[in-house]
Design a protein around this ligand. Structure first.
Ligand SMILES: Nc1ncnc2c1ncn2[C@@H]1O[C@H](COP(=O)(O)OP(=O)(O)OP(=O)(O)O)[C@@H](O)[C@H]1O
Ligand SMILES: [Mg+2]
Length: 537
């Protein structure tokens, strides 16, 4: 609650006793009561203080009430000060009129009724208070209006500054748009172009502004038009960025490749209101791109041809290698082996004919050396090309090879053949299978640290499967994936041989150990008799 602000009430009467009685009567109003015993004193108070109500006697000796009221009213500050006359004599209407003319607002007759006096004074005091409050509010309001006006002026200044900057930026933008090598455009939400930069007209040679609206499309190559328009419609519908490449006809009638891009501008609720875009000449880069593509295709073709040629060469090389091995093995066996055998016979004869003990001893030693040499020649020639492979077939050659491996390395080997009467295959396939198993086993011996190895030859529905599984340390992921930079000649040779017969080589880390699997489709497995092997149950 706010405490009321006291107002001043000036009581004017030449008789102090009356003033005292008014003071008593008005005491309970709780206002400031000021007493004046003459008109002059009253005027002094009025000039010094802000008086809400003047309560005065009409008849005073030096300056009567009416005269004082007139003087008060003349002063602009007191134009509205409430003046209540107290009159001892009964006033006629004429008197009252005179009083009002002099500025009175009310009359009280004697005897003064205290309640009436209080009520009248209190009304004017309240009126004064309200007026003051209103004035204060007015002042505050004026202050606020002034502040707001100042604020608005500052804002207006800032806005003008922004406008100036914007105009400057517009000029710069205009300069950029006019000097840009690309065509710049804007489109309405419906897709019609409402601005196209000069570059377009320079390029097409048509009259400025003639392409605004939908005229642009007339310059797009007929083969590109439908696709580009459709793309544009899609963008308008989805509100997604637009990007398309098409050919635009230049003033010389030639078409150049352009790339058009446009982005949507949205309002505060996200509705597309305009599009801004750029159309760039990409003709040269497009031609370079095309020639790179052509070259790449050409290069790829060449690489494919080279790869095929290399593959053929490698097949021929392997076949030649196998044949050369076979020839060397035969030469060793039939040539050196036979010569050594003859040398041994001759030595036996010398042994029988010699009598000296020392000669006999020399013969025995020489004979032992020749035996050793014969054994070595046999081993080397067998390893180069097991004669058994040609004669009694893959199975016998494998058995012979496995025996030798166990003997040399201590690795236990297990051969499982399904079906047991595994048929003979063509010589080149048997050679290939033998070489694959041989390389796989060499790897087991060299890299696996295995103790056991299982070799399987199976003919099952649709395929012949050869497996070599060991219980060693296994192979790395990249080797299992046959990554060319991770495998050596061994595995890539195995892969190559498999491919030669339309087959596939798979390597798996079986943890523990490694599984080498060769799968050859039955259609590629031809028997010695010349027919394709049927799958056997
Ligand atoms: N059974 C196996 N157990 C463990 N690691 C193996 C096995 N077989 C192959 N590897 C790993 O695969 C690698 C590649 O084998 P690959 O036969 O291709 O080459 P290589 O044996 O190293 O050399 P080479 O070209 O003389 O055969 C080997 O170096 C070896 O690390
Ligand atoms: Mg190897």
């Amino acid at each position: 609650m706010t405490t009321k602000e006291k107002v001043n009430i000036l009581m004017v009467d030449d008789q102090p006793a009356k003033l005292l009685s008014y003071q008593v009567m008005l005491g309970e109003l709780d206002e400031n009561l000021i007493k004046a015993t003459s008109g002059k004193e009253a005027l002094e108070h009025l000039l010094k203080t802000d008086v809400a109500v003047v309560l005065m006697d009409v008849s005073m000796p030096d300056l009567d009430g009416f005269e004082l009221a007139s003087m008060i009213r003349q002063h602009p500050r007191f134009q509205r000060t409430a003046i209540i006359f107290i009159s001892a004599v009964r006033l006629t209407d004429l008197d009252r009129l005179k009083g009002y003319e002099h500025g009175a607002v009310d009359y009280i007759s004697v005897p003064v009724v205290p309640e009436l006096l209080r009520a009248k004074v209190s009304i004017f005091a309240e009126l004064h208070r309200k007026t003051r409050q209103l004035e204060t509010l007015n002042q505050e309001l004026e202050q606020r209006v002034a502040e707001r006006t100042e604020e608005l002026e500052t804002k207006a200044q800032a806005l003008m500054e922004v406008n100036r900057e914007l105009a400057q930026k517009n000029l710069e933008l205009d300069a950029i748009v006019h000097t840009a090598p690309d065509i710049i455009f804007s489109r309405q939400a419906d897709g019609s172009r409402d601005y196209i930069s000069d570059r377009f007209y320079e390029y097409t040679g048509v009259a400025p502004s003639s392409a605004v609206g939908f005229g642009w499309w007339d310059h797009v190559h007929p083969d590109d038009r439908e696709r580009s328009q459709q793309r544009w419609l899609d963008s308008v519908q989805s509100g997604e960025n637009y990007e398309v490449e098409y050919r635009l006809r230049g003033k010389d009638g030639d078409y150049h490749w352009f790339r058009a891009r446009a982005v949507p501008i949205r309002d505060h609720i996200g509705k597309v209101v305009r599009w801004y875009g750029i159309c760039s000449d990409i003709h040269d880069s497009k031609l370079v791109e095309q020639s790179i593509r052509d070259n790449a295709a050409e290069l790829e073709k060449m690489v494919d041809e080279r790869t095929a040629a290399l593959r053929r060469l490698s097949v021929r090389l392997m076949t030649a290698q196998d044949e050369e091995r076979r020839r060397i093995a035969r030469d060793l066996h039939d040539g050196l082996g036979q010569d050594l055998a003859v040398a041994k016979i001759v030595l036996d004869k010398v042994f029988q004919q010699s009598s000296a003990e020392s000669d006999k001893q020399a013969c025995i030693e020489a004979s032992e050396i020749i035996d050793h040499a014969i054994q070595q020649v046999r081993s080397i020639s067998h390893l180069l090309h097991p004669p058994l492979l040609d004669e009694v077939g893959l199975l016998s050659a494998l058995r012979w090879y496995l025996e030798g491996l166990t003997e040399r390395s201590g690795i236990e080997t297990f051969l499982d053949v399904q079906p047991s009467d595994f048929p003979r295959l063509t010589l080149d396939l048997e050679t290939a299978v033998f070489r694959i198993v041989q390389e796989a086993l060499t790897n087991v011996f060299r890299h696996s640290e295995a103790r056991k190895v299982w070799i399987g030859l199976t003919q099952r529905e649709g395929a012949t499967v050869i497996t070599v599984r060991d219980d060693g340390k296994g192979i790395g992921k990249k080797i299992a994936e046959l990554k060319p930079d991770c495998v050596g000649i061994g595995i890539s040779g195995m892969k190559q041989r498999a491919k030669e017969f339309g087959g596939e080589l798979r390597l798996t880390n079986t943890q523990p150990g490694t599984l080498v699997e060769l799968v050859i489709p039955s259609t590629r497995v031809v028997s010695r008799e010349g027919g394709v092997l049927s799958t056997q149950s």
